[in-house]
Ligand binder design. Sequence first.
Ligand SMILES: *Cc1c(COP(=O)(O)O)cnc(C)c1O
Length: 224
Amino acid sequence: MTVSANLQEIRSNIRQACANSNRNPEEITIIGVTKYVTIERTEETINAGINDLGENRLEGFLEKHEHFQDQAKWHFIGTLQSRKVKDIIDKVDVIHSLDRLSLAKEINKRTTVPIDCFVQVNVSGEKSKHGLSPDTVITFLNDVQTYENIRVVGLMTMAPHVNDEKLLRDTFRQLATLRSAIQQENLPQAPCHYLSMGMSNDYQIAIEEGATHIRIGSKLVGTN
Ligand SMILES: *Cc1c(COP(=O)(O)O)cnc(C)c1O
C-alpha cells in the first residue's frame, strides 16, 4: 500500500473517532513513525503530507535527520540515554521520553533554547515499560521547574500490547486525568497541554480519550 492510501484510511478513522467524542480532527497531530523504513519510504511519507516524523533510536534518527533536515518536525520517541542527549539536542524538535531528573538535567545543560518535552508515564505499571509512575509525576514536574530550558508540553504513554479495549481505554483515560491534575498546578514550565498516546492498533481509542498526538508506524508506512 502507498503511504497516501494508508493515510487516507487513518484520516477517515480519525474523523470517526473525533465524531464519536465531539472533538475537532484538527486537534490531532499524526506523527509518522519511520523507524521501520527506508529513506525512500520516509520521503514518500513527507510527500504524502506528513510533517511530523518520529524515531525511537539514535542511529535511525540521525540518519533520517541528516537526509531530510528541516523538511520535517522531529520527534524523538524512544528511550534516551543521558550521554546521547548531546548528539540529538540541536536536531530534535520534541522529546517524548522524559522520564527522570538526571535526563532533564542533561537536556537543560546541553541546550540554550527551551525544548518541548513530553513526560513519559508508565500508566499500566508493566515492568518492561519505561516511564514515571503516575503518582510521582507532579513531584517530578515540581523538581523540573529549576531547569529553565525544559518545557513540559504534555504527557506520553505506551499502552499495553493487548486487544482489550476496556484496558486500553482505561490506560488512556488515566493519562488524561493526570494531565488535568497537572494543569491545576499552574506550573510555569509545564503547561502540559498535550497527550501523546495511541499507536497503530489503538489510536482511535486514544483519540476518543483525548490524544492530541498519535504515533503511527506500521499502519502508515508499513514495517519494511
Ligand atoms: C514504534 C513506536 C510507535 C509506532 O508503533 P506502531 O505500532 O507501528 O504504530 C509509537 N511509539 C513508540 C514509542 C514506538 O517505539
